[in-house]
Design a protein around this ligand. Structure first.
Ligand code: BES
Ligand code: MN
Ligand code: ZN
Length: 501
């Protein structure tokens, strides 16, 4: 799909479909629409006054122009009530309009950014492109039948009247495209089944990211190196699988030499069966998505490099399967982690925290400014906050605030849960330093309390994305399934990084 910014007037622009936005409960059309409506002999007004289209959020009406203007169709697009509008609503409305246009098998459409809002056009452009790009995502590589029936949009044009504004809108479009491309890369990885995406495959994807980018360097630790280092928590989890684990490290060097990096640690379970503490078979297929945190870290490195952000970032992705093979680790086993601390395994399905423990400790080698981990860590987080919300926990208030601000702007909702001292008691073991399960109560929090033992003294935040990584129900610009959550949030955070340092 190509996104183009052109100087010109909507009423003079030849296209298959022209988007014309309208606010609910407004008698008056937007300025651009008034002019179009004159040319169309009052057709737009008639559709609205007749009650067929009210401008409700995400409402669409398609009108044929019959040659009155060069655009073949006008796609009336509801933005809801003016007072309620924000960038999230714009993303959704433009996603829905683009989806409708695609369903009509139309290949090209155009829009202006003249919504009569006092918001910079660069900001509007990013929201519109995000909505369209992310809303049109579909995962089709494994469909072999009737591929010609897969509908695809080819071109989206933003029309801008003021020549002077064109370059900055172009830049904003480019930025949004770069970020969305990374989000869709993550969605692809998360959607790909475990037989097609093993830890080794994930490592190859990381190598490909680095190969294409001068400032990105990759290092993959294999079993031999993990053994030498003593990463026995990660090795323990991987022991039941024939697939060798990998610790994937991606370094992006965009900041000053010697500037401490932001360390991003992402859970990379390419399949989580639960191991010996096996999961019920219902929905077990969805556990191919248990590497969504790791993929989000990879997508972030991709985007920050393509945006050439002036920061240093290191991404660490412990990648493995969790299977109940003959060599599998077992409940009761005690593992000695890279940190030297011992862990009693009470439940082999609490594997994410084990592989993250070693990766978090390893992150300390980079003397990072902060460590943020992102993981599909606990079902308990879904019970606590629902499918759409990221659980946020951590040790550093400033970092948590910055994450909340970034999340607000991308609408990847985060909600903080407490990490009080009392919770730490729940993961003390009788026979080892810690146990890997604190039981059912406060499951998302005790998982975070466990992780905190392996972070060292670095400012740290933890994002539990068990809910939003994989959606059972679509949202306006997030199709059902893999969401790519985390990338936009991290990129937003890193775009602002030096402002808060
Ligand atoms: N990957 C799961 C968490 C998960 C569950 C993610 C559902 C997405 C949807 C994690 O490894 C897990 O199994 N956690 C256990 C921990 C428990 C055994 C302490 C859980 O949440 O039940
Ligand atoms: Mn598990
Ligand atoms: Zn898991």
């Amino acid at each position: 799909m190509e996104f183009i910014v052109k100087e010109g007037k909507a009423a003079e622009f030849a296209t298959e479909a022209l988007i014309v936005p309208h606010f609910e409960e407004e008698k008056q059309l937007l300025e651009g629409a008034i002019y179009l409506d004159e040319k169309l002999g009052g057709l737009i007004k008639e559709v609205i006054d007749g009650g067929d289209f009210e401008g409700k959020l995400n409402q669409i009406a398609v009108i044929y122009t019959r040659g009155a203007i060069p655009a073949k169709r006008v796609v009336l697009t509801g933005l809801g009530k003016r007072g309620d509008v924000d960038m999230e609503k714009l993303r959704g409305a433009f996603s829905k309009a683009a989806q409708q246009i695609r369903s009509l098998n139309i290949k090209k459409f155009a829009t202006t950014l003249d919504f009569g809002l006092s918001i910079p056009k660069t900001v509007l452009a990013e929201a519109v492109i995000e909505g369209v790009y992310l809303g049109l995502y579909q995962f089709t590589p494994f469909k072999t039948l009737e591929r010609d029936k897969i509908k695809e949009l080819k071109e989206v044009v933003i029309i801008e009247e003021r020549k002077k504004a064109v370059p900055e809108i172009k830049a904003a479009v480019k930025t949004a495209e770069t970020i969305c491309c990374a989000v869709c890369f993550v969605r692809d990885l998360v959607s790909t089944p475990a037989n097609e995406l093993t830890p080794s495959d994930l490592a190859r994807e990381a190598e490909a990211i680095a190969a294409k980018r001068k400032k990105v360097h990759v290092k993959i630790l294999d079993v031999k190196e993990m053994k030498e280092l003593g990463m026995n928590a990660l090795l323990g989890v991987s022991s039941g699988s024939c697939q060798p684990p990998k610790l994937i490290i991606l370094e992006y060097r965009g900041g000053k030499r010697g500037q401490p990096p932001v360390a991003l640690v992402g859970k990379g379970l390419t399949f989580d069966s639960g191991g010996i503490s096996i999961k019920p078979s219902e929905k077990m297929d969805e556990m191919k998505s248990d590497m969504a945190g790791g993929a989000a870290v990879m997508g972030t490195i991709m985007a920050v490099s393509d945006l050439n952000l002036p920061v240093n970032v290191v991404g660490l992705i412990p990648a493995t399967e969790n299977l109940p093979g003959g060599k599998a680790y077992k409940p009761g086993d005690i593992l000695k982690s890279l940190s030297g601390q011992t862990i009693e395994v009470l439940n082999t399905d609490a594997e994410g925290r084990l592989i993250l423990a070693d990766a978090l400790t390893y992150a300390g080698r980079y003397k990072p400014a902060v460590i943020i981990d992102i993981a599909t860590l606990t079902g308990a987080c879904i019970i606590a906050l629902g499918e759409n919300v990221i659980g946020l926990m951590g040790t550093d208030d400033k970092l948590k605030e910055r994450i909340k601000t970034a999340a607000e702007s991308t609408n990847e909702r985060v909600w903080e849960l407490p990490l009080w001292e009392e919770y730490h008691d729940l993961i003390k073991s009788d026979v080892a330093d810690f146990k890997n399960s604190g039981g059912r109560a406060a499951g998302a929090i005790t998982a975070a309390a466990f992780l905190s033992k392996f972070v060292g003294d670095y400012p740290w935040a933890h994002l539990d994305i068990a809910g939003p990584a994989w959606l059972g129900k679509e949202k306006p610009y997030i199709p059902k399934g893999a969401s790519g959550v985390g990338v936009r949030l991290f990129v937003r955070l890193l775009r602002e990084w030096d402002k808060g340092a």
